[in-house]
Design a protein around this ligand. Sequence first.
Ligand code: ITT
Length: 203
Amino acid sequence: MSEKFVIATHNANKLKEMSDILSKLGVSVLSPADLGITVEVEETGTTFSENAMIKAKAICAAAGLPAIADDSGLCVDALNGGPGVYSARYGGEGLDDRGRYMLLLNNMRGQTTRAAHFACAVCCAFPSGDELTAEGTCEGAVAFAPMGENGFGYDPVFLVPEKAKTFAQLTAEEKAEISHRGKALAAFVEKLGTYLGNPASNI
Ligand code: ITT
């Protein structure tokens, strides 16, 4: 695909995962920094796809190029689906990734129901006003203690049963094969191929 897409994220770890997965699928990407774009977007939506679309539209407008955004988070059954869309803001502004996953472990102390899933919505906004959306999830469980050094965010405390490892114990390639983001981006690229073949009838 010769058309360039901007990745609408300020999260460097997400940017790397998205760029690696999309380039392998044949999509050429730029970062907001490559274009000198520093727009801050307020995530006022209540769903992953609403927030992803808000981010994609804002960066598309600033760049004048199609923009791909990801909104994602960890949804824990015992916390009624939380932190969910608030995953990046869990515990307030003072916390870093480690602070957030330690807070999660603390809030899960004594809890035997550990089921959780990661969810990801990928949205692309085009300068024409067209939009494409795709979603992916990955089922797992909240670990009892952090394990592994790879990845970012809640990866050290997200156990994938079929691997008997946390996301942070997987390589980037192993994670991308099964992750919420890997699945959402694969579904997105399939829709994108159809859309670019025949824009009017496929959204
Ligand atoms: P942008 O909005 O700029 O893209 P963000 O980090 O604020 O960056 P989100 O609002 O989508 O992005 O929040 C997603 C949060 O969910 C992220 O900060 C992590 O805490 C968590 N998260 C999402 N995907 C993850 C993954 O693959 N591994 C670990 N944690 C993840």
